[in-house]
Design a protein around this ligand. Structure first.
Ligand code: AMO
Length: 453
């Protein structure tokens, strides 16, 4: 069966008189006397289809249309149908066009009532929406977020390809953690203990010794015990790693990624932004940078009780971003914090200079976080490329270099200086699509409470 020959959005008033086939979902049905109006929806939009008995119809035709009108009037919402109809100009219709229905085939009747309202008239709680995600995603507002995320992904890919990066796929079942052991998700692997990758970190680093400029967009897993709007147990990580580069080089790539994504969303994503009523961001380059030390001092002045060298939590970042925003030291809400204390960064991070913070000498590192307001969007660094230094850093963190031998040994054979970053794609959609919860940028989110659907 041929289901469709046009998409709904392709039907224009200029096609007046033409017969078309469309397929989609019954969005609404309204009967007025002998007429019945059906709003049909596909992924491109909606169109009104009017079923009426033609004026000059003979008895047989009249009977046929009566049957069709009876069938359409009784159709349940979200049933899947194919409709054959004739295009008719209608200045009152949203796009100036409607269809005069001639035939309808019910491809799959939907059960009634629906577990979730698709028309968007009734606001549903996020838990109800996620529990009914296949239906939730039929709502244009829900779909818009995923469509904007797809646009962001395409933009990032195109830009990195332009910079001579190669897209790679690293293993997702791994032998050892990289970002701190506590959040590892264990799996059984041929009778051995293995884990789901928290990050492609060590593999992307190894690839700089051959492919040099690599990137990956793929899932990462963390057993996050924190039930917050910004933590997923499975998220999509955008990662880059570059040979012969330091943290300043990769920050430049990152800020260009942010700028290009926000421009693409403003220009190419307008249709979706209008649906979710989100104002696009204005990102100007360079994105301002402040050092950890400056941030620490601002927070101290604001009355936070912080040890020198301590990591910042959400309350600290909320205050900090508020201060920076007031001083015009953010761009579209984004800012970098650079030169973090080495002790609060992962073992592979290259150490930098020393500095005195709050009267205490602190070992810094060539590292950065990119934040949007209080939210960490990305983090990265220059990496250590000397085996001895890596071994020392592992030991300092109570990790056994022997468990990392599979990674360390390749540093003996020509590992170039390198740097990179990782960015949570769902987190990026918080500023880009104005969502309040990263789950809304996941098709089927995985978190502490969700394993289905
Ligand atoms: P990090 O641990 O900071 O760095 O993670 C990088 C980015 O991933 C996102 N992210 C998350 N998003 C949703 N839910 C989570 N539970 C979650 N955890 C992290 C954040 C974060 O900024 N290997 C390093 C990166 C690098 O240096 O290249 C790493 O994984 O947006």
């Amino acid at each position: 069966m041929k289901y469709r020959d046009v998409l709904i959005a392709e039907i224009t008033p200029e096609m007046e008189g033409k017969e078309v086939r469309v397929a989609g979902w019954v969005h609404a049905v309204r009967r007025i006397g002998k007429l019945v109006f059906l709003i049909l929806r596909d992924f491109t939009g909606t169109i009104q289809v009017t079923f009426r008995i033609p004026k000059d119809a003979d008895d047989e035709t009249k009977e046929k249309y009566k049957q069709i009108i009876k069938l359409v009037s009784s159709l349940s919402l979200e049933s899947v149908v194919m409709i054959r109809g004739v295009v008719k100009r209608d200045p009152r219709a949203p796009r100036g066009v409607e269809l005069l229905g001639k035939e309808i085939v019910v491809l799959n009747e939907a059960k009634s009532p629906l577990p979730l309202d698709v028309s968007g008239k009734v606001d549903a709680h996020i838990d109800t929406r996620l529990a009914n995600r296949p239906i939730d995603l039929r709502r244009p507002e829900s779909q818009a977020v995923l469509r904007l995320m797809s646009l962001a992904t395409k933009t990032i890919r195109n830009y990195l390809y332009d910079l001579n990066f190669v897209e790679v796929f690293t293993p997702k079942i791994i032998a050892s953690g990289t970002e701190g052991g506590a959040q590892l998700v264990p799996v059984f692997y041929f009778g051995k203990q293995a884990f789901l990758a928290q990050s492609p970190q060590l593999y992307k680093e190894l690839l700089t010794s051959s492919l040099e400029y690599v990137f990956e967009i793929g899932p990462a897993w963390r057993h996050e015990e924190s039930d917050t709007p910004f933590h997923l147990a499975e998220f999509i990580s955008v990662d880059i790693e570059m040979a012969f580069a330091d943290y300043n080089d990769v920050m430049k790539v990152l800020e260009n990624v942010i700028k290009r994504v926000s421009d693409a969303i403003r220009d190419e994503g307008k249709r979706w932004l209008d649906i979710i009523k989100h104002e696009p961001l204005e990102v100007k380059l360079p994105i301002p940078r402040i050092t950890y030390k400056e941030a620490w001092e601002i927070l101290k002045n604001e009355g936070f009780d912080l040890e020198p060298g301590e990591d910042f939590g959400t309350p600290e970042l909320r205050k900090l971003s508020e201060v920076l925003e007031k001083e015009g030291k953010t761009s579209g809400g984004f800012y970098f914090i650079v030169d973090w204390p080495a002790d609060v960064r992962p073992f592979y991070t290259k150490r930098g200079k020393k500095d005195v913070i709050g009267g205490k000498e602190i070992d810094l590192s060539e590292s950065f976080d990119l934040n949007w307001k209080h939210l960490e969007i990305s983090s990265g660094s220059t990496r250590i490329h000397k085996r001895k230094e890596l071994e020392e850093e592992l030991k300092k963190r109570g990790l056994n270099p022997e468990s990392f031998e599979w990674y360390l040994r390749w540093f003996d054979y020509g590992m170039p200086p390198h740097a990179g970053w990782g960015m949570g794609l769902q987190r990026l959609m918080v500023p880009m699509a104005g969502i309040q919860n990263v789950r809304l940028a996941s098709t089927f989110p995985r978190d502490m409470k969700r394993l289905i659907p």
